[in-house]
Design a protein around this ligand. Structure first.
Ligand code: GTP
Length: 597
């Protein structure tokens, strides 16, 4: 294709503002698919994605559009993942385009997540076309949304396009704006090959499919290529484009987006953001911005039924075929048996994997408290990266501990601001900034990641009645006064419940957890202490009282000595039971206890 007639773009939008609907509409109105094919939403094809209403994997579609100037243009739509956990994947996708459509629901206005993605697009030098969607809704206020785009983002919204992805109104204007307002890609067709690996996935028929954007040179079938970060070489088997159906082509030139297959065994052998070049005539410089993907949240996954261990192992291996960003290794817990320690890009990523295991593989799982990576500096100068509190080294050998922090941006309507600030303060947050956008506040907080991993999203949604939107980026490590809190049931530590907490919060957390467990563990014939402890020191305690069998009820009349003797006997029996008796904590109790933190 002629370089001047190519436009590469992505769509930036907050969840539910209509990104997928608009993409489908663009595909349909350029005639890439028949109406029947359109019936299945094309861009988010995974069932789970559709049900949860989120886009997980980046995809791309090549559209052919005859513009008002009479020429035919190639429009490559790159679909970006919609969630904060996938921020790096989003950034690579944006780096592969020259421009983006900023879709804002005209009845909702600008949201926090939109902002983060817009800033990334601006960093990538994108030309940005604001699009006000859902103008068919009676509640739509395009003028207000425009004003917000100008005030909050600082973009000129005077020629924003108004459209309805649902009814099709204004879609032609969107297509025309892509052609006239976005730049054509640069790049030298005669230079050595330089292409970016945008995404990859496993296909049952083709094996690993790699989505690429060519910057310079040519990518051809049979070519011997090298991936710079992965340090691997492959021979290209297939070159193609998505229309959205896969179609083979001879070659891809500068500015073009397409896929290759090259007998790559696993998705894990490819790295998003990597540079692909020719082995015989390599480029001199790698593309900027490559970052290896790294898990930030860890937890243990155990089968609820230990007989399912093998099935869980197979399921994890299958999932990883398509999702190299999640990692796992075997783990053994005294309370929960055999399972796996898993690492994720973030909380939502964890939830997605958990739900897929549950749904696609019919596995019932127990998830332990999510943990972040703590950097433990030992007195001997060595550094331990801890992501399982159960493996915490001996306290006397620890010099100091660092924990990871995030910078959170929260956009919240005025009426709920107080509750949101309180939540952030309770989670050890430090306010960095607060600005106003009409009746909404944009607050920036530094927060410890370990305070956010568990139920922060849920709490934020609930204290703001669903109106707050949230986005975050990692913001480095800092020294922290963290302690390991163990939970003891009947004087036995329960490893699955141990956690690292900030000293200032240990007591509150410990007490809440003990109270909860007291209600969750069924009574037995003997008293069971439930304790939270730091080192050897108990900081909270509850007692589950024994079921009392009143043996004296059997003694009619008033023989006091006999009554006494019986009570004596009963006490001894209890002592025996306490000694040998093993407390059975029901799985449901674990799950409930782990949910609260
Ligand atoms: P994610 O995939 O979760 O990021 O969401 P999205 O931004 O892709 O939103 P999606 O296209 O799934 O649309 C969200 C909801 O808004 C759906 O119920 C759509 O039917 C609806 N919707 C999208 N565009 C319009 C529009 O122009 N008008 C109206 N009335 N509804 C729309």
């Amino acid at each position: 294709a002629q370089q001047t007639h190519i436009r590469n773009f992505s769509i930036i939008a907050h969840i539910d503002h209509g990104k997928s609907t608009l993409a489908d509409r663009l595909i349909q109105s350029t005639g890439a698919l028949t109406d029947r094919e359109m019936k299945q939403q094309v861009l988010d094809s995974m069932e789970l994605e559709r049900e949860r209403g989120i886009t997980i994997k980046a995809q791309t579609v090549r559209l052919t559009y005859q513009a008002r100037d009479g020429d035919t243009y190639i429009l490559n739509l790159m679909d970006t993942p919609g969630h904060v956990d996938f921020a790096y994947e989003v950034s690579r996708c944006l780096a592969a385009c020259e421009g983006s459509l900023l879709v804002v629901d005209a009845s909702q206005g600008v949201e926090a997540q939109t902002l983060a993605n817009v800033y990334q697009a601006i960093e990538n030098d994108h030309e940005i076309v604001p699009v006000l969607n859902k103008i068919d809704l009676p509640a739509a206020e395009p003028a207000r949304a425009k004003q917000q785009i100008e005030d909050v983002i600082g973009l000129d919204a005077s020629d924003a396009i108004e459209c309805s992805a649902k009814t099709g109104l204004g879609i032609d204007d969107v297509l025309e704006a892509i052609v006239t307002r976005l730049p054509a890609p640069g790049g030298d067709p005669d230079a050595p090959l330089r292409a970016m690996l945008v995404d990859s996935w496993y296909d049952a028929y083709l094996g690993v499919v790699v989505l690429v954007r060519v910057i310079d040179g040519q990518l051809k079938k049979g070519q011997h290529v090298k991936m710079l970060a992965a340090r691997s070489e492959h021979s290209v088997d297939r070159v193609g484009i998505f229309t959205p159906k896969g179609v083979a082509v001879e070659a891809l030139g500068p500015g073009e987006v397409g896929f290759i297959t090259a007998s790559i065994k696993e998705v894990a052998d490819t790295r998003v953001g990597d540079t692909i070049t020719d082995v015989r005539r390599p480029c001199t410089e790698a593309l900027p911005g490559f970052k290896p993907s790294r898990s930030v949240v860890f937890c243990g996954l155990f089968p609820a039924d230990s007989a399912d261990y093998e099935r869980l192992r197979d399921a994890l291996a299958k999932l990883r075929l398509n999702d190299a960003s999640f990692e796992y290794e075997p783990e053994n817990s005294a309370a929960l048996g055999f399972g796996f320690r898993c690492g994720f890009l973030g909380m939502l990523h964890l939830e997605i994997v958990q739900e897929r295991l549950n749904r696609e593989f019919d596995l019932e799982l127990i998830t332990t408290s999510p943990s972040v990576i703590y950097k433990i500096h030992m007195t001997d100068g060595s550094l331990v990266e801890l992501h399982n509190p159960a493996d915490m080294p001996d306290v006397v050998k620890i010099d100091h501990i660092e924990e990871p922090w995030i910078l959170a941006s929260i956009l919240v309507p005025d009426d709920h601001l107080g509750a949101v600030l309180k939540l952030c303060e309770d989670r050890r947050g430090t306010q960095i900034d607060m600005t106003y956008v009409g009746t909404r506040a944009m607050v920036k907080y530094r927060l410890p990641l370990n305070e956010v991993v568990y139920d922060f999203y849920d709490r934020l949604k609930s204290v703001s009645r669903g109106y707050a939107s949230f986005d975050y980026e990692m913001a480095g490590y800092e020294d922290s006064d963290l302690v390991k809190m163990s939970i003891l049931v009947n004087a036995e530590p329960v490893d699955a419940l141990s956690m690292l907490v900030h000293r200032s919060q240990a007591e509150t957390r410990g007490r809440a957890l003990c109270e909860r467990l007291k209600d969750l563990i069924p009574r037995q014939l003997f008293k069971i202490p439930v304790q939270a402890a730091i080192g050897g020191k108990v900081i909270a305690r509850e007692t589950i009282s024994a079921m009392r069998k009143d043996v004296t009820a059997k003694c009619y009349g008033g023989d006091v000595t006999r009554k006494k003797k019986l009570l004596e006997k009963q006490k001894k029996g209890k002592a025996k039971m306490r000694m040998y008796g093993k407390v059975e904590i029901p799985h449901t109790a674990f799950i409930a206890a782990l949910k609260m933190r």
